[in-house]
Design a protein around this ligand. Structure first.
Ligand SMILES: Cc1cc2nc3c(=O)[nH]c(=O)nc-3n(C[C@H](O)[C@H](O)[C@H](O)COP(=O)(O)O)c2cc1C
Length: 328
């Protein structure tokens, strides 16, 4: 597929990329090959810090990514409320020591990390799920925001506001560049996001189902076969909602918690080590794994770079020609 002509927005200008298409951080999937393929095609690939067991492993992964592309890429730092938090300080040092200048934060307020990143010339894209959190991040000094609608894989928050309202509401409120996330998989989505006032899109599920994504082929085949109906929202009663693939394990988690169970009753079912087995072995019922409603729009497993090119070309076409059919 030939390269798409650049689609410039305030977001692409800020981060020195060609197209406003970002591959969001993904636990177990956000590794060098995927991030580099997205960046090499002119988007912004993101390596997931906590997928690497130690900060030293993250240094190796960033070095591998840089060997694959000389274009900008970012690192995702997911800030989890946890009894035994990962050594965030050491991960932050791994990021800046390797010369990375773009970080995607998510999970909790980025504020405790911002002074450090600012002092080291890093621009932060904070991913959040509400306009109020986006405004808070803007006030705290992030460079850009990625706003995740209810459609998204992973944690959509508890407000349940889909992108069709969340994105223009964010556009009305924010002064810094922002991208729309959750439910985007093709050029129609990118065009819609731009029309709603965003400066680009962030995609997870679409890139999870690409050739460079390191997950088992069974997972990719399941995404292609699945529809927008095939996800579960787990942890709703615990107010820590996560959108995951519908399977026997997530069905069981929903049932146990709806029957009044506590986190302790589902702890083993939702263990990250079990979810990892899904991605490594392709056993789709080994555990829970994140996927979004966008799977209903995904029908193939192309190279990640082709996804970037295709999405941008299709957005150009929709914006320039397809809509003409509606003109009076
Ligand atoms: C398998 C998987 C793992 C993810 N892990 C993370 C993560 O560790 N940190 C994070 O900030 N977002 C994570 N996400 C969310 C994505 O970065 C992105 O916000 C989301 O997928 C957007 O919705 P979409 O899937 O509809 O494109 C994950 C998504 C998927 C599909």
């Amino acid at each position: 597929m030939s390269a798409a002509s650049a689609l410039r927005t305030p977001f692409t200008e800020l981060f020195g990329i060609e197209h406003p298409v970002v591959q969001g951080g993904m636990m177990w999937a956000g590794r060098a090959e995927l991030a580099a393929a997205v960046s090499a095609a002119g988007g912004l690939g993101v390596v997931t810090a906590l997928t690497q067991p130690t900060p030293a492993d993250l240094v190796t992964e960033i070095t591998r990514t840089r060997a694959l592309t000389d274009r900008p890429f970012g690192v995702n730092l997911t800030i989890l409320p946890s009894i035994n938090p990962p050594p965030y300080d050491a991960y932050r040092h791994a990021i800046v020591d390797t010369g990375v200048t773009i970080v995607e934060t998510a999970g909790a307020s980025p504020e405790p990390h911002l002074d450090f990143f600012r002092d080291h010339g890093v621009r932060v894209i904070h991913k959040c799920t509400s306009v109020r959190h986006a405004l808070k991040a803007e006030k705290a000094g992030v460079a850009a925001v990625s706003i995740d609608g209810f459609e998204c894989a992973g944690h959509p928050g508890e407000d349940d506001i889909p992108g069709l309202v969340l994105v223009p509401a964010a556009a009305d409120a924010l002064s810094i560049p922002f991208i729309a996330s959750g439910g985007f998989a093709d050029g129609r989505g990118l065009a819609a996001a731009l029309v709603l006032g965003a400066h680009g899109v962030n995609m997870g599920t679409r890139f999870l189902c690409s050739q460079e994504s390191p997950v088992a082929d069974e997972v990719k085949r399941r995404i292609v076969a699945a529809t927008e109906l095939d996800t579960n929202l787990i942890f709703r009663p615990l107010r820590n909602t996560a959108r995951v693939a519908k399977n026997s394990v997530s069905d069981e988690v929903v049932r146990v918690l709806a029957d009044g169970g506590s986190f302790a009753d589902v702890r083993d079912l939702v263990a990250g080590s079990r979810g990892r087995l899904v991605f490594e072995n392709g056993d789709l019922d080994a555990g829970i794994w994140g996927v979004g409603l966008a799977q209903g729009l995904i029908r193939d497993v192309p190279p990640a770079g082709e996804i970037v090119t295709r999405v941008v070309q299709e957005a150009h076409a929709v914006l320039a020609t397809a809509l003409r059919g509606f003109a009076a």
